[in-house]
Write a protein that binds this ligand. Structure first.
Ligand SMILES: [Zn+2]
Length: 115
């Protein structure tokens, strides 16, 4: 599913957990053995494990969209005080809510097609 933030195009993709873990291991030094999703800043992709249940997918999408949102607007948590993050919350809520609603809509369409 394609979405836009700050005039840039991003995509949410469902992949296997193995693919997520493999990319995380390439990026990070510590050995990650399990993951629900990731936010790939270089390719503008959010990957989520396709084997998860519906609710876990929603939680993971929200988590990764939050990474995407703060990264896109240049927020680094070692530099910004809590008050700045709280001020950004309204924009974040709207952004995440809109994308999640669209995701659920597409999910519903796919289910309707199966019937
Ligand atoms: Zn995270």
């Amino acid at each position: 599913m394609i979405f836009y933030i700050n005039k840039t195009e991003w995509q949410i993709l469902e992949v296997t957990e193995d693919e997520i873990v493999k990319l995380l291991q390439e990026k990070e030094e510590n050995k990650i053995i399990s993951a629900y999703g990731l936010c790939n800043y270089k390719s503008h992709e959010i990957w989520i494990d396709k084997a998860m249940c519906r609710e876990q997918k929603y939680q993971t999408i929200v988590h990764e969209l939050t990474h995407c949102y703060f990264w896109t607007y240049g927020v680094r948590f070692d530099e910004y005080p809590e008050e700045v993050v709280c001020d950004m919350e309204y924009g974040l809520l709207n952004f995440v809510g809109e994308i999640l609603d669209k995701w659920k809509e597409i999910e519903q369409l796919k289910e309707d097609e199966k019937q």
